[in-house]
Ligand binder design. Structure first.
Ligand SMILES: NC(=O)C1=CN([C@@H]2O[C@H](COP(=O)(O)OP(=O)(O)OC[C@H]3O[C@@H](n4cnc5c(N)ncnc54)[C@H](O)[C@@H]3O)[C@@H](O)[C@H]2O)C=CC1
Ligand SMILES: CC(C)CC(=O)C(=O)O
Ligand SMILES: [Mg+2]
Length: 372
């Protein structure tokens, strides 16, 4: 298969972790006889510095005409909370997601057997954790009307959702649950927020079309507790943009490190694959960032194109790196291995599987039918 992939490295550790994914894709290309081409685009702080725009037109056009986008991370401290900044790197990512129609961000949270000890939770609490968060990605408070009144020192952010926005991701979440443990948990704040009440009405109504899937609803504050106490109780978590953003970072602690968790951002026409972490500016250029979240996001890209054997081969190589303790310091404090070394090891160990690797036990937590 030939794929033309847009590569948006972004800022901070973005370029370093994406470089490892490309290395691994070269290995997949060689092992399985595919052909991948890569076209780079600017986004984020580096795009602002070069063009004044966090999402230049060429980048948007690139992502629209290529088969898929591999994204690193963006953001730099000089822009964060800076009242003098006129534009923020994050505006580039939010606009990109909107323009590409990426309405669902699928974030699997899996505790890999060889990393159970890395979780701050006990083995009993985490060993059966295998959940996936369906985070609405194109609406909600991140996109609502904002105001700032400098004189009065007051500001507004507005959270808006429509039935159509809730409905499209809800169907995806229920379809995913059907191929998993048949359970959807809607996480919201319906005791306070009108948008959450709308979510409940729409989701409950849609759930009637999926009688084989159990639906329950949980307030976000309780969900945060439950996720730490007993993450294995969850299968598919369906939630809005901001709650999903925050809850998935919490999930990453359970898995052992935010440097492990991948995601797929999908819509009807386009798809983008991005680690859940940010640009970790303190680590930029130090060769210490964990590349696994980016590499597993790339594995989700392969799944998206039905290259399941190829995706499994990447996951198998990642698992081998865990079992041989070829990991970065966020996983094992005493580790002396850097981003590049771990990336090289994983790329070198991508090979056709001989059948002894049971992907059903060791997958990255994503049922094969979850991606549209
Ligand atoms: N998708 C994106 O591009 C995102 C961008 N951001 C931006 O990133 C910048 C930094 O934000 P933070 O809140 O510090 O979040 P962050 O995710 O960049 O880093 C938080 C902490 O997570 C750990 N971490 C993150 N990635 C890691 C990796 N690959 N390997 C090992 N450890 C890792 C580090 O301990 C780090 O201090 C900000 O400008 C923020 O707006 C934040 C989240 C997502
Ligand atoms: C710009 C932010 C919404 C990025 C982020 O934190 C995320 O998508 O996880
Ligand atoms: Mg986030």
């Amino acid at each position: 298969m030939h794929l033309n992939i847009a590569v948006l490295e972004g800022d901070g550790i973005g370029p370093e972790v994406v470089a490892q994914s490309i290395k691994c894709l070269r290995s997949v290309e060689e092992t399985f006889g595919h052909s991948f081409t890569f076209e780079k685009g600017l986004i984020g702080a580096s795009a602002i510095k070069k063009t004044g725009n966090p999402l230049p037109d060429e980048t948007l056009e690139l992502c629209k005409r290529t088969d898929a986008t591999l994204f690193g991370a963006l953001g730099l401290p000089e822009f964060d909370d800076n009242p003098k900044a006129k534009v923020w790197p994050e505006q580039g990512l939010l606009r990109l997601r909107k323009e590409l129609g990426l309405f669902a961000n699928i974030r699997p949270v899996k505790v890999f057997p060889s990393l159970v000890k890395q979780s701050p939770l006990s083995k009993a609490q985490v060993q059966n954790t295998d959940l996936v968060i369906f985070r609405e990605l194109a609406g909600g408070i991140y996109y609502g009307v904002k105001t700032i009144d400098e004189e009065a020192n007051s500001a507004t952010d507005t959270c808006t959702y429509t039935e159509a926005e809730i409905s499209r991701i809800t169907h995806l979440a229920f379809k995913s649950a059907r191929s998993r443990k048949k359970k959807v948990t809607l996480v919201d704040k319906a005791n306070v927020l009108e948008t959450s009440r709308l979510w409940r009405r729409v989701v409950r109504s849609i759930s009637e079309s999926y009688p084989d899937v159990e639906l329950n609803c949980l307030f976000i504050d309780n969900a945060a507790i439950q996720m730490v106490l007993d993450p294995s109780q969850f299968d598919v978590i369906l939630t809005d943009n901001m709650f999903g953003d925050i809850l998935s970072d919490q999930g990453s602690v359970i898995a052992g490190s935010i440097g492990l968790l991948p995601s797929a951002s999908v819509g009807l026409e386009h798809a983008m694959f991005e680690p859940i972490h940010g640009s970790y500016p303190d680590a930029a250029g130090k060769n210490i960032a964990n590349p696994v979240a980016s590499i597993l996001s790339m594995a989700m890209l392969l799944q998206h194109f039905k290259m399941n054997e190829e995706s499994d081969a990447v996951v198998a190589a990642v698992l081998k790196s865990f079992s041989k303790k070829i990991v970065t310091a966020d996983i094992l404090g005493s580790s002396k291995y850097g981003t590049n070394y771990v990336g090289d090891f994983i790329a070198d160990n991508i090979m056709e599987l001989d059948g002894s690797f049971n992907i059903n036990d060791e997958n990255i937590g994503l049922g094969k039918s979850t991606i549209i």
